[in-house]
Write a protein that binds this ligand. Structure first.
Ligand SMILES: Cc1cc2nc3c(=O)[nH]c(=O)nc-3n(C[C@H](O)[C@H](O)[C@H](O)COP(=O)(O)OP(=O)(O)OC[C@H]3O[C@@H](n4cnc5c(N)ncnc54)[C@H](O)[C@@H]3O)c2cc1C
Length: 453
């Protein structure tokens, strides 16, 4: 691809040029696009010019914001990098914000917090708000307010034929359905308007237990989730902490269960609700406190440095207490590679139908179960088998998988299970209608065109 695209304000990069590798490399180091051309888009006009340029050449197009979610790397073609498109405009009177395609949640939180408002963000503020929401978006206030996708008012998208389309529930009902939960692949979303919540603080953080010392912690958490109100969103992650100086002393070398709490209410009420969990046994660490929403990264306290990781997940109709004891055995310290096993408590508003239907799948799930590993070179097959073994006992209770939490390549059959019956086919039909030549490189096999599979 030698032609130079016209009318582009942002930088363009070709292989071997300075900046090319930095621009194509995102947070996820397992999969990196290798395009013939990268357009560092500065706005909707650049996106449109890049799409038209690719269409004229018959080239494929991939999109990348922060690059946490790249599952399917693209070879050749045009990569539209949205990392310069980070404008966020809050409208406090309407309780909405306009969010450009590349803005990370941190920027949205920063722009909305001064108005006493918060977005439906998730565990990591570095994740791109638009890609997260295109995949549904399961956040810190999920049980009270549902998926991030439920709070989208409108989007703008550049289509395969280079038009800018305003996607609203009335004007483009099919696209409005598909973009909320379908995880992209139909065009390039350049921005979205979202509703905001009147939230400024949480009672949140983590309770860390030594699994060897308090083996009943998973069962206690599971039982506790049946008793809490929708204001309480929680998860538990089991992970081996390395014996390294950067790890808090109390956790070094320990296999710990980290109960992650985000409660929408007062500290007093939060303390009262969490008391049964604190009573389960001695805690290695307890970081629960009243936090500003701007500190929300403290709830999950996840690594924020780019690395290679792979995962599989299941959305479960229920969590059989009798099976919980299998998790530290299959995914614990004796696993062939390090494994983080995480369960999130779902239900509440997540289980209610949204005001406007969306492609988000399996809303009836009561829990999610996720097995994730950092992977080094040559460890992908080991991780795949390990995650299969961790999840296998739970298959009878599985409704399917969550599209945002599957890191690594999906087969068509696996991708299908991320959606409710019939919805995968509806997405594939919309893909065929809006992208008949299969120009947009989807993150999972969706096109009726076999080139995407
Ligand atoms: C540490 C970490 C924490 C996470 N926490 C949560 C969480 O709490 N809740 C949750 O729901 N998810 C969570 N996720 C998943 C995350 O929401 C998705 O992986 C999301 O896609 C990542 O955003 P990004 O900006 O890094 O996306 P990218 O990797 O840049 O993009 C992901 C994919 O989205 C598509 N895409 C991106 N931009 C556009 C666009 N403008 N138009 C059309 N398609 C586009 C492309 O197919 C692209 O490959 C987490 C992921 C990580 C790694």
């Amino acid at each position: 691809m030698t032609e130079t695209p016209e009318n582009i304000r942002g930088p363009v990069f070709r292989p071997a040029a300075e900046g090319y590798d930095d621009e194509r490399t995102g947070f996820q180091r397992l999969a990196t696009h290798r395009p013939d051309l990268i357009v560092g888009a500065t706005g909707v006009d650049d996106v449109r010019a890049a799409v038209r340029h690719a269409a004229a050449l018959g080239a494929r197009v991939a999109v990348q914001a922060a690059g946490h979610g790249v599952n399917e790397p693209m070879d050749g073609g045009v990569l539209i990098s949205t990392r310069r498109m980070t404008d966020v405009r809050a409208d406090p009177a309407a309780r909405t914000a306009w969010v450009e395609a590349g803005a990370p949640w941190a920027k949205v939180i920063e722009a909305t917090a001064p108005h006493g408002l918060a977005p439906m963000s998730g565990s990591s503020p570095g994740v791109g708000a638009v890609p997260y929401t295109l995949g549904g978006g399961l956040g810190l206030m999920a049980r009270k307010y549902g998926f991030a996708a439920d709070h989208v008012r409108r989007l703008t998208m550049v289509t395969a034929d280079g038009r800018v389309v305003e996607v609203t529930p009335d004007g483009e009902p099919d696209l409005f359905w598909a973009l909320r939960g379908g995880a992209g692949g139909l065009g390039v979303v350049t921005g979205m308007e979202i509703g905001l919540l009147p939230v400024t603080q949480l009672y949140g953080g983590g309770l860390f237990f030594d699994v060897a010392e308090v083996p009943g912690v998973l069962e206690a958490w599971r039982h506790w989730t049946e008793t809490v109100p929708e204001e309480m969103t929680s998860a538990v992650a089991m992970l081996p902490f390395p014996d390294l100086p950067m790890v808090p002393e109390a956790l070094r070398g320990k296999y710990a269960a980290q109960v992650q709490i985000a409660f929408l209410g007062t500290e007093e009420e939060g303390r009262r609700l969490v008391e049964p969990l604190r009573d389960v046994g001695p805690r290695l660490r307890d970081t629960l406190r009243e936090i500003r929403y701007t500190e929300s990264a403290a709830v999950f306290d996840e690594p924020d440095q780019p690395h290679a990781f792979q995962s599989q997940n299941r959305l479960l109709r229920d969590l059989d207490p009798g099976l919980l004891a299998t998790l530290p055995k299959t995914g614990g310290p004796s696993a062939p590679i390090m494994c983080v096993v995480q369960m999130r408590h779902l239900g509440g508003a997540l289980a209610r139908p949204p005001r406007v239907p969306s492609a988000v799948g399996h809303r009836a799930a009561a829990y999610s179960l996720n097995a994730l590993s950092m992977v080094g070179p040559g460890q992908e097959e080991i991780a795949r088998r390990l995650h299969h073994d961790v999840l296998a006992p739970f298959e009878d209770q599985a409704l399917g998988r969550g599209i945002n939490f599957g890191f690594g390549r999906l087969t068509e059959q696996e991708a299908r299970t991320a959606f409710d019956p019939g919805d995968y086919d509806r997405l594939a039909e919309l893909k065929a209608r809006h992208d008949p030549n299969g120009m947009f490189h989807a993150n999972y096999p969706i096109s009726l065109d076999k080139r995407d599979q």
